[in-house]
Every structure is written in C-alpha cells, then in structure tokens.
Design a protein around this ligand. Structure first.
Ligand SMILES: NC(=O)c1ccc[n+]([C@@H]2O[C@H](COP(=O)([O-])OP(=O)(O)OC[C@H]3O[C@@H](n4cnc5c(N)ncnc54)[C@H](OP(=O)(O)O)[C@@H]3O)[C@@H](O)[C@H]2O)c1
Length: 311
C-alpha cells in the first residue's frame, strides 16, 4: 500500500510518499481502508521530534491520527463492526497512523461515522472533537448557563469547541482575528474578541471556564478573566498549579485519549444538525508536505483534510 512515512525526524523533506507493508490485524482490531485523514499540529510536532521523550517511536513511522474510511477486515474477536461499515476514529497515537491507504485500529477506538456528512468531513472530527469534548465536559464539567472563553475559535479544536459549548447551553466568548469574526459568530459564539486589535484580558470577565488552545502569554493572561473557583483548561501546556492555588482557581491539562463513546456522541450531534466540522483546505495524500506547511503557519481555518481513497 501507499503511505507517507518518516525514516528520521526533521523538516518537511523527511515526509516520504512510498510503499509500506499492509498492516496485519490482531483479534481485537479492524483494518480500515482510509478514505480521508486529517492533519493536526501534533503531526508536524512529532515529525520534528518534539515528542520523542514522551513517545519513543520505532522508525519508520506513519504519521496522522484521524481517519474516516471503510472496514476492510475484522479480527476474530470483533463483533461491533463488519466488513463494509463506514467508520471513523482517532487511533492510539503510540502506533502507526492514518497517512496511509490502510490502518489497523483496535475496535475499541472506532465508531460508526456520522451518516449525514462525507468521509472528508468526518475525518476532520475525531482528534479535534474528542479533545474539545474531553476538555469542556470531562475536565471543566461545563454546565448549561455557564460562561466559557474559547481561544483560537477559528482553529481545528476551537471551531468544534464553540459549537459544542453553545449547543450545551453555555454562553460562549471566543477569540480569533478580525477576518474570522463572522465565521466564529456563525458557529454560535455570543461574543467575539479580535485578538489583533483588542485585549481579551480587559474586555472579558466572570468566566466559569477558559479553554486554552494557545499557551504562553495567552494562558498567563487567562487567569484574570475567571470568576472565583473557575477553571483554566489547557491542551497546550499544563497551567502552573501554584498560579491556580494563589488565585483560588482550578486548572487542568488535557492530552487526548482515544474514546469511541465520545465519537458516538459527536456523530449523534452531527446527525442531529448540532455540529458541523469546518474544512479549511483539502490535499491529496501525496501532497502532504504542502498540508504540513499550511498547518505550521498557525493560520488554518477549521481543519486540513487529506483525501486518500474512494468512498
Ligand atoms: N493536548 C491535546 O490533546 C491536543 C489536542 C489537539 C490539539 N492540541 C494543540 O492545541 C493547539 C491548537 O490546535 P488546533 O488544531 O486547533 O490548531 P490550529 O487549527 O492550527 O489553530 C489555528 C487557528 O488559531 C488561531 N489563532 C492563532 N493565534 C491566535 C491567537 N493569538 N488568538 C486567537 N486565535 C489565534 C488562528 O486564527 P487567525 O488566523 O485568525 O489568527 C487559526 O484559525 C495546537 O498547539 C495543538 O498541538 C493539543
């Protein structure tokens, strides 16, 4: 099969579109024929070697951890899926990923794809959607009527977080640049702060939850906008515990785990018309280097999706 693999860590030149062995499946796994995959910032961070101390990958490695596709084979213990099922997944990041024509995935990490959207759209959902869900509903326990600030609301994770928080009944304040203001409002944001011309730390207050997708100075300034006992949830860097304690606030760091029940919830939300993935760009698998270049700009609107095979 064709795949994009890396044989060493480095810049985009290490991405090799090449022949790779067809994955074999264990008894509890399914083989998925990939129709579409998507690009997440973690892909190029791993490519550059930044996660080496956390995950000691054997090389060559197939990157990419989002997929929508069709079940091509099932392991002997798998009962939830059959050959021909349309499925989607954010598989285990410790294993070979989805920049490939086929990927072997534990059946426990797979869910049936939403029925009302294409594979291209479905591939945009798993990693960003599970991350947003785990951050808002597991870590922050966001409740209806609460106020949440979502940073980088035009990005892959933020654009889903705004929709999920809004349909959950929260009051949503969002940051993005002026060019994306109308888009973020259309996703359901009640207030939009243009980070290029406005300072959210002086404009926003009384938040129950801040969802930090940027880290650094944005994270530091985010403490100021929380109400007493509010929570700062980051997916970029762990907020310092002592900062939270000093202010009587709470904090959490989320690193996404595979979660098929959440994928089922996301599919339900999509099919109920409450959630729609935002696609900013599409590339063929062999043009992956261009897709990484775009992701590395940090300016992507929604998700970058890769089309790999026929539906
Ligand atoms: N811990 C985890 O499990 C986990 C999971 C997923 C992602 N992440 C991390 O979370 C981060 C976000 O991921 P993503 O996929 O959403 O990224 P992304 O799609 O690349 O985000 C791009 C968006 O960020 C916006 N942006 C950039 N700087 C901004 C600022 N200062 N204020 C407001 N918006 C700003 C851009 O809007 P403009 O063009 O308008 O500036 C753009 O639309 C990445 O670092 C990623 O690695 C972590």
């Amino acid at each position: 099969m064709k795949a994009v693999r890396i044989h060493s860590y480095g810049d985009r030149s290490v991405l090799a579109y090449e022949d790779a062995p067809l994955p074999t499946i264990a008894a509890d796994e399914v083989l998925v024929r990939v129709v579409a995959a998507s690009v997440n910032p973690v892909d190029w961070k791993i490519r550059e070697g930044h996660l080496q101390s956390m995950i000691p990958y054997p090389l060559p490695l197939t990157l990419g951890w989002d997929v929508s596709g069709v079940v091509a084979a099932v392991g002997t213990e798998v009962t939830a899926f059959a050959v021909g099922d349309a499925v989607y997944s954010r598989p285990d990041i410790q294993r070979n990923g989805t920049y490939a024509e086929y990927v072997a995935i534990r059946a426990s990490e797979v869910a049936h794809k939403p029925k009302t959207i294409s594979h291209i759209e479905a591939a945009a959902l798993p990693l960003a959607g599970i991350t947003a869900w785990q951050s808002l509903f597991h870590a922050a326990q966001l409740a209806a009527g609460q106020r949440v600030l979502v940073h980088a609301a035009s990005g892959g994770v933020g654009s889903l977080a705004v929709q999920l928080a809004k349909s959950h009944g929260a009051y949503v304040v969002a940051t993005t640049s002026g060019k994306n203001r109308a888009l973020v409002q259309s996703l359901g944001a009640d207030e939009v702060v243009d980070y290029q011309t406005q300072n959210f730390a002086t404009l926003v207050s009384d938040m129950d939850v801040v969802f930090d997708t940027l880290g650094g100075a944005v994270q530091e300034a985010s403490w100021e906008v929380l109400k007493p006992s509010g929570i700062l949830v980051s997916i970029v860097s762990p907020p310092p515990e002592e900062q939270a304690t000093l202010r009587g606030l709470r904090s959490a760091f989320v690193f996404i785990e595979p979660n098929a029940p959440v994928l089922e919830q996301l599919a339900w939300q999509v099919d109920a018309g409450k959630l729609r993935p935002l696609i900013g760009a599409e590339f063929a698998l062999q043009d992956l280097a261009q897709a990484h270049a775009l992701s590395e700009t940090g300016r992507v609107v929604g998700k970058i999706v890769l089309y790999v095979g026929q539906p």
